[in-house]
Ligand binder design. Structure first.
Ligand code: ZN
Ligand code: ZN
Length: 237
């Protein structure tokens, strides 16, 4: 085990037991109210400025990029602050596949202001569900872990029952946007005892938006009028 790996391991143990005192990226000590050290923070690039509909970089003076003005997505707003590359990709892969759930707390805490800027909070947070088989294999759903932390920090309830994945789908990794849309079609079912009108669907990474699109379609169909998409990172085009 290298020195860095050892420091990261110690930081994981301490973060589990205490408030984070050590950076989960490198194991170095943190300043008060920091969740990553200054060096690691400088590696966590955010999309700036971002289109409020697709979350991709938008250098125009309008809040909506030309592509979305031409063909808007189904949802009404996206918040997915990080650019999914380099260091953020490493952390999110560890969160998704290696059970490094402590990373969800550090990443959400680091990004929380981006979600607080929202002045019209949704009624509820709905994590993108995994299919039951995948959930049993993996043992957790990273989207649920992220939504749970957002829920506590923003004081918005979470509903992890209303949306279900009824069809097992192939991994979206390596598929084109068209193949992704086809793969995910009719994969979800929404049944809620509470009639929500404004929800935020929470995922870890927004890639092409095909999952978000299909979930939004499902929710609109069930009478939810305002659907926001929240994630930690946006994959650039
Ligand atoms: Zn660090
Ligand atoms: Zn856009």
């Amino acid at each position: 085990m290298s020195g860095r790996q050892f420091r990261v391991l110690i930081s994981q143990v301490l973060n589990y037991l205490l408030d984070p005192k050590l950076c989960v990226g490198c194991g170095h000590s943190l300043q008060p109210l920091q969740y990553f050290c200054t060096g690691c923070m400088s590696l966590l690039d955010c999309v700036e400025p971002a289109c409020k509909l697709c979350g991709l970089e938008n250098q125009t003076t309008h809040s909506i990029c030309p592509a979305c003005l031409h063909q808007p997505p189904r949802w009404c707003k996206i918040i997915a602050p990080l650019i999914y590359h380099n260091f953020s990709r490493d952390l999110l892969i560890q969160l998704k596949f290696n059970e490094n759930l402590y990373l969800a707390n550090s990443l959400v805490s680091h990004l929380i202001k981006r979600f607080q800027l929202n002045n019209d909070y949704p009624e509820v947070l709905i994590p993108v569900p995994l299919h039951q088989n995948r959930f049993i294999n993996r043992g957790y759903n990273q989207a649920y872990e992220i939504a749970n932390i957002l829920s506590r920090k923003l004081n918005i309830p979470i509903d992890a029952q209303a949306l279900k994945r009824i069809r097992h789908t192939e991994s979206q990794l390596g598929l084109s946007a068209h193949q992704r849309a086809k793969n995910i079609l009719k994969a979800f079912k929404y049944e809620s005892v509470t009639q929500y009108s404004h929800v935020a669907v929470v995922d870890d990474i927004i890639t092409t938006g095909s999952t978000a699109n299909e979930v939004t379609r499902t929710l609109h169909h069930a009478g939810v009028t305002k659907v926001e998409i929240w994630g930690l990172a946006r994959v650039p085009n």
